[in-house]
Design a protein around this ligand. Structure first.
Ligand SMILES: *[C@@H]1O[C@H](CO)[C@@H](O)[C@H](O)[C@H]1NC(C)=O
Ligand SMILES: *[C@@H]1O[C@H](CO)[C@@H](O)[C@H](O)[C@H]1NC(C)=O
Length: 182
């Protein structure tokens, strides 16, 4: 006979299993580095950090570095090399544009263009791949902007959104409306 406690844990386990089945697993994102700017000498030194900031990078996501072969390249280096634009510990070297890398593990990834003084000019990207699924961060922005009291909120497009991004939107909308009406 199954006791009350073990029945309860059985139900919990089944619920957890159902939830994990419903969680989208094929939600890997493709991040186009630099957006419409691509992988170029940036207008300022914080450009790629600003591009990465709203994003979440998940395991299985891909980075696309759009550039013309010969004009730029992509060196994956250590944190120390990244800071100093040196090439003592080159982990990977890509020179045929566009470069696509799949982020297969959690951790920190450091890239720069090793052509000329591109790295010194700020053509460098540091990202951290975490356990959460990838996100472009755009939905958070549009939720925050559309929640402005002056502009009526347009519905964000939902077709391509993952469940995680959607729940993020609802959370932000809730947080903003909470702030507006309390
Ligand atoms: C860097 O350049 C981008 C693109 O022009 C711009 O959006 C951003 O505000 C700039 N950042 C700084 C700190 O000037
Ligand atoms: C990541 O995994 C894919 C698929 O298994 C493999 O083709 C690719 O070489 C891996 N990338 C790196 C940087 O290890």
């Amino acid at each position: 006979m199954v006791g009350r406690t073990s029945m309860a844990s059985l139900i919990l386990i089944s619920l957890a299993a159902a939830a994990s089945i419903m969680t989208p697993t094929a939600s890997a994102l493709i991040h186009v580095v630099g957006g419409s700017n691509g992988w170029e000498i940036p207008p300022n030194a914080t450009f790629y950090a600003e591009w990465a900031k709203p994003r979440t990078f998940g395991v299985g996501d891909k980075l696309v570095f759009p550039y013309r072969t010969g004009a730029h390249n992509v060196l994956q280096v250590s944190a120390k090399d990244f800071e100093t634009c040196s090439d003592d510990d080159v982990i990977n070297y890509f020179f045929k544009g566009p470069t696509v890398v799949q982020l297969n593990a959690t951790g920190d990834y450091y890239y720069y263009s090793g052509v000329g003084t591109h790295c010194e000019a700020g053509q460098k990207l540091h990202i951290t791949v975490g356990k959460a699924p990838g996100s472009s961060g755009k939905f958070y922005y549009s939720a925050a902007i559309s929640a402005s009291p002056l502009a009526p909120a347009p519905a964000p497009p939902v077709s391509s959104a993952t469940a995680a991004q959607l729940s993020g939107v609802f959370a932000s909308v809730f947080a903003v409306s909470h702030w507006l009406f309390v």
